[in-house]
Design a protein. Structure first.
Length: 188
């Protein structure tokens, strides 16, 4: 028989979730009920146009449910919901790599189109960067940007990332050959 106060303590621990506060949004952990808005905002050719082809397009409810289920298993939390009024508006996260790249994860992010132009992505990049360098055993964060994605280049530059080079013709996206702009931030 477990003492009632122990159950109470466990409930508090289980319900403690990670949240990073921005000015008009937060970065929070995933919830099952995020799937609906994820499908709505992610199912957009203007979002897909600047992401890897593995980002589903069209983005179905099944894709959304699978993604959220995967996100619920994260430990530690490295991919967050970008939430406006606590509702999913986009996502931002780090993708860890194996082998010699183990301390240099890749940064990725996207926002539903209706939320563009409010400075959310820039602040979100700053928040996750500070969080990652202060809590994870990493020394560098890298972001790869398609050469036609000037918005995202601006976001990274405003967040303090450095353009470290351009990989010519490294991308084939939507039938077009593009360059890849590599941005990096190293741990101070
Ligand atoms: C890239 C993205 C996350 C930006 O989000 P956002 O919240 O609108 O970004 P911010 O408001 O923080 O900053 C955007 C900046 O780009 C600038 N900008 C907007 N359109 C631009 C354009 N066509 N060319 C150059 N800069 C542009 C804005 O003026 C702003 O800079 P400023 O503050 O100096 O005025 C969003 O557009 C998105 O989700 N795009 C699709 C997915 C994607 O590209 N993900 C990134 C993959 S690397």
């Amino acid at each position: 028989m477990v003492e009632p106060w122990i159950n109470y303590f466990i409930t508090i621990i289980v319900n403690l979730t990670m949240e990073l506060k921005g000015t008009n949004f937060s970065l929070r952990e995933w919830r099952t009920d995020d799937a609906e808005l994820l499908q709505k905002h992610a199912d957009n050719p203007n979002v897909y146009a600047f992401l890897m082809d593995r980002f589903p397009h069209p983005y179905t409810m099944g894709d959304a449910v699978s993604w959220v289920n995967l996100m619920l298993l994260q430990k530690p939390v490295v991919t967050f919901v970008i939430a406006v009024d606590d509702k999913l508006a986009g996502a931002i996260g780090l993708e860890f790599r194996d082998d010699i790249y183990s301390k240099a994860p890749l940064l990725g992010y996207w926002l539903g189109e209706e939320f563009w132009g409010r400075g959310i992505a820039t602040e979100a990049v700053k928040l996750i960067t500070n969080y990652a360098f202060s809590t994870l055993n990493i020394v560098r964060i890298q972001a790869a940007v398609l050469s036609n994605n000037h918005r995202s280049m601006r976001v990274l530059e405003k967040a303090g990332y450095i353009n470290e080079g351009v990989l010519k013709n490294n991308i084939f996206k939507n039938g077009e050959v593009l360059d890849e702009w590599v941005y990096g931030m190293v741990k101070a």
